[in-house]
Design a protein around this ligand. Structure first.
Ligand code: FE2
Length: 368
């Protein structure tokens, strides 16, 4: 394990490449309760793209749209639709992280870059990850501005001063990547050998399979657990798996879901529902079997059933989770909301129930 020489601290931000960043910002503000805190674009002398920085708790999203057809990433929109383009990781030293990663086989995209303005110095460098996804190493220890040079602050109260319900989202728990069949171990190897992640639990398709959808998943982590990346690949099912569906519609490997942490999932989900976020439905029978599966929990079962919140337990405690429907027309990226009560797992026991729910959705789209 080579973790000591690329000390990854945490996820700095997630960059989304989208067709209309202005409208996406409105969605993430009014549906998910993010503050829009900074902007870059023509008004800040950025000529090729517009970018909105959104924050909530410890979460930072950056929504980016190209401003003209010569933008280097413009084909990404045709190929993938809206989605995550980059997961930026905070490091102690950008140059060291980049050089070591490339030395060990990472493909460099942008070498170490130092941006400077009156607020200080912002350093970054970018390598390739699965599909067209990248990781940018970031160090902002000597930067005091809104986000990065080129961005100007926005007063959150001025951007869509809304009537949305605050959702209490606190941080990113994990980010899941879907990779092509047979590629999971390769990417787990990339995170372990190139970036020094450690591998956590693994489970095979016997654990997570239904008649139609099977997948295999392994989890890698870094930053003393602050960065957790489960990697999924499709396994042979009788019909098309949800991972395959993702890959078909995304045009390759990419980020499947981002899990956002709360310490009060009931209030968070109530607020998100009131904001019109759509969640996957869970079969009613799921809740009949729940007490025998997870034992005593603090939450009111009827309330969990009404909201469609899932529960799972392991040796260390339990966890509550729920999944949104895809947040764009393509059945690609979605979100998870998660509350941990001791459990460090990812809801293995819920996969089957979840997949049955997802398959009902697939059936309604005629893609099963
Ligand atoms: Fe998850």
């Amino acid at each position: 394990m080579g973790t000591s020489d690329i000390p990854l601290r945490k996820i700095d931000h997630v960059r989304f490449f989208v067709g209309n960043a202005r409208q996406s910002a409105f969605f993430y503000r009014n549906a998910f309760g993010f503050d829009v805190v900074a902007y870059a674009g023509l008004e800040t002398k950025v000529r090729h793209e517009a970018a909105y920085v959104l924050k909530q708790g410890g979460i930072t999203f950056v929504l980016v749209s190209p401003l003209h057809p010569q933008h280097p990433d413009v084909q990404r929109l045709v190929l993938h639709g809206d989605g995550v383009s980059d997961i930026a990781l905070q490091v102690d030293d950008v140059r060291t992280a980049y050089n070591l990663a490339v030395e060990r086989g990472a493909v460099g995209v942008v070498g170490p870059t130092r941006l400077e303005d009156e607020h200080g110095v912002y350093e970054s460098a970018t390598i390739r990850a699965y599909g067209d996804t990248t990781h940018t190493f970031v160090n902002r220890d000597h930067y005091k501005g809104a986000f990065a040079p080129g961005f100007k602050e926005i007063d959150p109260a001025r951007y869509s001063p809304g009537t949305y319900h605050p959702t209490g989202l606190l941080g990113i728990d994990h980010i899941v990547g879907n990779v092509e069949e047979g590629k999971m171990d390769e990417w787990v190897g990339f995170y372990r050998k190139v970036l020094g992640f450690e591998q956590l639990v693994s489970f095979d398709d016997k654990d997570i399979s239904t008649e139609y959808s099977a997948l295999m998943s392994k989890v890698v982590q870094s930053g003393r657990g602050r960065i957790k990346f489960p990697i999924n690949e499709p396994a042979k099912g009788l019909r098309r798996s949800q991972i395959e569906e993702y890959i078909d519609f995304y045009g390759g490997a990419g980020v499947q879901h981002i899990a956002l942490a709360t310490n009060d999932i009931v209030s968070t989900v109530k607020a998100l529902r009131a904001n019109d976020v759509s969640f996957l439905r869970v079969p009613a029978t799921y809740y009949e079997l729940l007490p025998s599966r997870v034992g005593k929990i603090d939450e009111d079962l009827d309330e969990l059933a009404e909201l469609g919140i899932l529960v799972d337990r392991d040796d260390e405690g339990y966890m509550l989770q729920i999944f949104t429907k895809p947040v764009q027309d393509r059945p690609t990226l979605f979100f998870e909301v998660i509350e941990r009560q001791g459990s460090k797992s990812f809801g293995k026991g819920n996969f089957k129930a979840l997949f049955e729910a997802i398959e009902r959705e697939q059936e309604s789209r005629g893609t099963l």
